[in-house]
Design a binder for this molecule. Structure first.
Ligand SMILES: Nc1ncnc2c1ncn2[C@@H]1O[C@H](COP(=O)(O)OP(=O)(O)O)[C@@H](O)[C@H]1O
Ligand SMILES: [Mg+2]
Length: 415
């Protein structure tokens, strides 16, 4: 399907230290656009929107699992659309594997329902669920060669020899390992073993595939390569996938949607941009990417903004607030490092403009990451700025002026 076309008007607003700020407005296609100097742009369609539509290949309803007093999964509700790549992301011990094992049938839920292709499978044993699984440690049969590993699930299903041969060859080609069928797993690299594990899960043509931290045992470079490979194969096959990881970058890169879990419960479900840019809870904000938190008391509310007093009135920060925030409440203000700009020292007017001193600078190629100590505060602030060619980064000890738009500030209640 052709991507929808939009026209964009770009105007340069101001030069801010190391970068320029542009404002863009979009307009639907019209004859006047070109005359007025607008640029046509293709709007990338997000495969997933806020509302996902039926049919669902997987649905979890109030799924819970208690191990004695430990609540490993706490009333998890989830719908996974056909062909979707969904990641479950969260820190170690938050219940990701437990949820996956319940879907596969290896763990019995304490409460709740699991539906695969709209059919309740709670009472169906694992081998009858038609679900493929890939584990962190590959779990290949060491005494069987690659072809035998791949053929294993097909033999159990009593498929003819000719069909098994054809499918094994096709699978090997899918994961680009044709010619290595007679090797034992120990004669393959980690990345190759994981590709065989993936092929073995896919060869049975499952309704969905479950992947539990499948890239965690690979070194960083191979991991990045396998990430691309995995996504390509998933898109090619069009298989509905539930992918478990504790690695936020992996989840952000691969997923159509991400489920963030914390202590057995779902914190947020959303497309990667929403999870990163609009974290609904401070746990999600903290867990995904880097950020600055400021705590303070709301002093004034109006016009969709709250003025928050920090550090006993020595600093105030203005933040956009959607809901009715009450004056006098203690809250947290969150802002991403890349949403803070460094201004020329002369530019002190406007909202959210703070004097600071660079205490640590790390040059990261395309960006610089600064740790700055705010004047009139004990707080440090992290700022991430895109590097421009020929512009020398600020060194430690440099006085700077930091600024952020109220719209980049997100408010959370303080517990
Ligand atoms: N078989 C089990 N018996 C007792 N506790 C378990 C068992 N499996 C998992 N747990 C506990 O359940 C919680 C979630 O574990 P798990 O699902 O493995 O987390 P994750 O995969 O997110 O690291 C942890 O506190 C873990 O110790
Ligand atoms: Mg786990």
């Amino acid at each position: 399907m052709q991507a929808p076309e939009m026209w964009m008007k770009v105007s340069r607003e101001k030069k801010k230290g190391s970068c320029c700020v542009f404002s863009c407005t979009t307009r639907a296609p019209s004859a006047a656009n070109e005359r007025e100097g607008l640029i046509p742009t293709l709007v990338k369609e997000n495969k997933m929107s806020e509302t996902i539509s039926e049919p669902f290949d997987l649905e979890l309803r109030g799924l819970s699992k208690h191990f004695g007093k430990v609540v490993a999964a706490d009333k998890v509700d989830l719908k996974v659309q056909k062909g979707e790549f969904l990641s479950i992301l969260g820190p170690s011990g938050c219940g990701k594997t437990t949820v996956l094992r319940m879907i596969a049938g290896f763990e019995e839920p304490t409460a709740g329902e699991i539906l695969i292709k709209q059919e309740r499978v709670n009472d169906i044993p694992p081998f009858q669920r038609n679900v493929g699984m890939v584990f962190q440690n590959y779990a290949l049969f060491p005494h069987l060669d690659v072809e035998e590993n791949l053929a294993f699930g097909l033999k159990i299903r009593k498929m003819s020899k000719a069909l098994i041969k054809e499918k094994v060859e096709r699978s090997l080609s899918l994961v680009r390992l044709s010619g290595k069928g007679r090797r034992r797993p120990s004669q393959l690299s980690g990345g190759e073993q994981q590709r065989i594990a993936l092929a073995r899960a896919l060869i049975i043509e499952p309704d969905l595939i479950l992947l539990d931290e499948p890239l965690s045992n690979l070194d960083a470079k191979l991991r990045a390569e396998m990430r691309v490979e995995l996504k390509k194969i998933q898109e090619l096959v069009g298989i509905t996938s539930v992918f478990v990881t504790h690695d936020q970058e992996e989840a952000l890169t691969l997923s159509d949607r991400i489920v963030v879990m914390n202590q057995g419960a779902v914190e947020q479900i959303g497309i990667p941009t929403d999870i990163y840019e609009s974290p609904e809870t401070d746990f999600v904000a903290r867990f995904i990417g880097e950020g600055n938190f400021f705590e303070g008391i709301v002093k004034k509310v109006g016009g969709g903004q709250a003025v928050v007093e920090l550090d006993n009135g020595r600093l105030t920060i203005t933040a956009a607030c959607k809901e009715s925030v009450q004056v006098g409440r203690r809250i947290k203000v969150f802002v991403r490092p890349e949403h803070i700009d460094i201004l020329p020292e002369t530019q002190m007017e406007g909202e959210n403009v703070f004097k600071a001193i660079v205490t640590f600078m790390s040059y990261q190629g395309s960006t610089c990451r600064y740790v700055c100590s705010l004047a009139d505060s004990e707080k440090d602030v992290i700022i991430c700025v895109k590097n421009d060619r020929g512009v020398v980064p600020f060194s430690s000890g440099s006085p700077i002026v930091a600024s952020c738009s109220p719209n980049s500030c997100i408010i959370y209640s303080s517990a």
